[in-house]
Design a protein around this ligand. Structure first.
Ligand code: SIN
Length: 326
């Protein structure tokens, strides 16, 4: 590979970054309308970067599922296996970005960078942030490839976040993401200059084939809250007795540092007796749930409940455990 001009493959999956509305002042829009090629055409100043674009999917990321993850993983693997490719950039919706980023972090097994980006405003909006974010992501990817950095990161609003810890922290601000307590890995200045702050987190290295080895184990997320009496778990267990796709794992978005309503606890104990794995995450924005001696159920560290669900699915598939962020 010519290390001076690494090829960057840009994979499109949809999202608001590819969304269109009726006009520049329209708040209403439809996600996942423009192709990744069209998105790249709207980014100024990338003429010096060797780019190849490929459309993997065209989804509103609220509808993300295992089959799109499989298709994406295959394309990432194929691109990174090429000698001439230095990095992959992925355009994605913001809503499940933290899940995809965490999944790719666990699976990435080559020493090359994968950079995800998204947007909070549609491409047709007068405040469209997609072109800036995509331009930043390509610059970060190209520079990381030249410098031999590897790992999965998310670039949004001029900030580089580790893929293992990033999460959507605001539902409508342009600056919507944070690292759940982790500091940014770096920033991209307004003139496109990439500034490092911290070393990138090494990828999990599990390999891509895990996604194709078996059907995805069914894992559901439950929240502990006032009045959480566990009837939702009873309903799941009753349905399982009839249906062909039984629940294998439950992630609880716990109160505080991993506590669960006594009613829900009793129901989870019954679920556990049926062989269902129970993990604890926190519904609180910062701190997560750290392991403590005598814990009834495993703690998901600082992963969000949605990331903990991905982690439990991988665990049930047999993927070797990773250090849980935080
Ligand atoms: C999506 O997640 O695909 C839609 C919302 C967004 O990208 O902000």
């Amino acid at each position: 590979m010519d290390v001076k001009s690494p090829l960057v493959v840009v994979l499109g999956t949809g999202g608001t970054i590819a969304g269109t509305g009726a006009g520049p002042d329209d708040v209403a829009y439809q996600a996942a309308q423009l192709s990744v090629g069209q998105l790249l055409q709207a980014v100024p100043g990338l003429s010096g970067v060797a780019l190849e674009a490929r459309q993997v999917a065209q989804v509103d990321s609220k509808d993300m599922d295992w089959s799109v993850w499989q298709a994406l993983a295959r394309q990432v693997q194929a691109a990174l296996a090429r000698e001439d490719v230095g990095a992959v950039v992925i355009t994605h919706g913001t809503d499940t970005l933290e899940e995809t980023a965490y999944l790719l972090h666990r699976l990435l097994d080559v020493d090359k960078p994968v950079v995800l980006t998204a947007a909070m405003r549609a491409a047709t909006s007068a405040q469209a942030d997609g072109p800036r974010n995509l331009g930043d992501a390509v610059r970060v990817a190209e520079r990381a490839a030249r410098q031999g950095q590897s790992g999965v990161v998310v670039v949004m609003a001029g900030v580089i976040w580790p893929g293992c810890a990033v999460r959507k922290a605001h539902s409508w601000h342009i600056d919507a993401f944070d690292g759940g307590g982790c500091e940014p890995l770096g920033r991209v200045a307004d003139d496109g200059v990439v500034l490092d702050a911290m070393p990138w987190v090494p990828p999990g290295g599990a390999g891509w084939s895990w996604l194709d080895r078996a059907p995805p184990p069914r894992v559901e997320i439950l929240t502990s809250h006032a009045g959480a009496d566990g009837r939702v778990v009873e309903a799941l267990l009753a349905q399982d007795a009839k249906a062909g796709d039984p629940v294998k794992g439950l992630v609880v978005a716990c109160t505080g540092h991993g506590t669960i309503h006594q009613g829900l606890t009793r129901a989870l104990e019954k679920a556990e007796q049926r062989g269902i794995q129970v993990w604890r995450s926190s519904r609180v924005a910062r701190g997560g749930v750290q392991c403590r001696e005598g814990d009834r159920w495993p703690a998901a560290g600082s992963l969000t409940p949605a990331q903990a669900r991905v982690a439990l699915m991988l665990d049930l598939l047999g993927v070797p455990p990773a250090h849980l962020a935080g």
